[in-house]
Design a binder for this molecule. Structure first.
Ligand code: SAM
Length: 233
């Protein structure tokens, strides 16, 4: 039985039973291995842009699930596009929000037909959230998980309805099934308060850019405070 990190366990637990699944940017291949081992998915496509990473995953599989696992060297979903493979569920984890959005954008017609994407950006979750909503994706589930640092996870699918939000720095309905949610809100508030403190110390308060930055940070603090309040109601 494979032993997953807290982050990878959470990602695996979100993936619903599927006929086919793809892990884009798999690196080690741990999530598809777990999903195959536990019969959560029937077939897994294990994909990476790097030959070295794909070979690492292949070595880890050591020939197991040979009929149900397919290793694909691919830049994002491009090889899937070329071969008309449309997995039911697609995981893209451990890359920046901008890169994830570029991968979806580069194979947009295919992305429209995927039942569900499970996305976990390392940076720029706000950028990815805005991209998804403004390009017709519905964000159906959002999670926060703490595993040495905070990670945000978005589950989404294409509907064609463009949406906009007052803010993209936090999801509308971060699911409350995690104890990490409250500490995540608190962390974001404290983080911004500390920056404000440092900016105020810098003696540049006359500088309009600093004033604007402080005002932006205060607005963001309010957004996180509102979430905290909504949760405690
Ligand atoms: C930090 S690792 C993340 C591994 C794993 N998904 C995880 O969450 O633990 C990022 C992986 O994405 C791969 N990658 C980067 N750009 C990619 C792209 N355009 N298409 C496919 N894979 C990519 C890298 O080669 C690397 O293996």
């Amino acid at each position: 039985m494979i032993n997953l990190s807290k982050r990878l366990k959470k990602l695996s637990s979100i993936i619903k039973p599927s006929d086919s699944f793809a892990d884009i940017g798999t690196d080690h291949g741990f999530v598809p291995f777990y999903l195959l081992e536990n019969n959560i998915v029937n077939k897994a496509y294990i994909a990476d842009i790097s030959k070295k990473c794909l070979a690492k995953a292949d070595k880890f599989f050591a020939g197991k699930f040979s009929k149900r696992a397919e290793f694909i060297l691919s830049d994002g979903l491009k090889k899937f596009d070329e071969n008309n493979i449309i997995p039911d569920r697609v995981l893209i984890a451990g890359m920046g929000g901008l890169l994830i959005s570029q991968i979806i954008s580069a194979s947009f017609e295919l992305a429209k037909r995927v039942k569900e994407f499970i996305l976990q950006p390392m940076q720029g979750p706000e950028y990815l959230r805005e991209y998804l909503l403004s390009h017709g994706f519905s964000i159906d589930e959002e999670y926060v998980i703490f595993d040495k640092k905070y990670y945000q996870i978005m589950v989404c699918h294409y509907t064609g309805t463009v949406q906009s939000r007052k803010t993209y720095i936090i999801g509308e309905n971060i699911l409350g099934d995690t104890d990490d949610k409250s500490s995540f809100l608190e962390y974001n508030i404290m983080y911004r308060r500390n920056i404000i403190k440092e900016l105020k110390k810098s003696n540049s308060m006359e500088n309009q850019r600093i004033k604007d930055k402080i005002s932006l940070l205060k607005n963001e603090i309010n957004i996180f405070e509102e979430k905290k309040f909504a949760k405690n109601k």
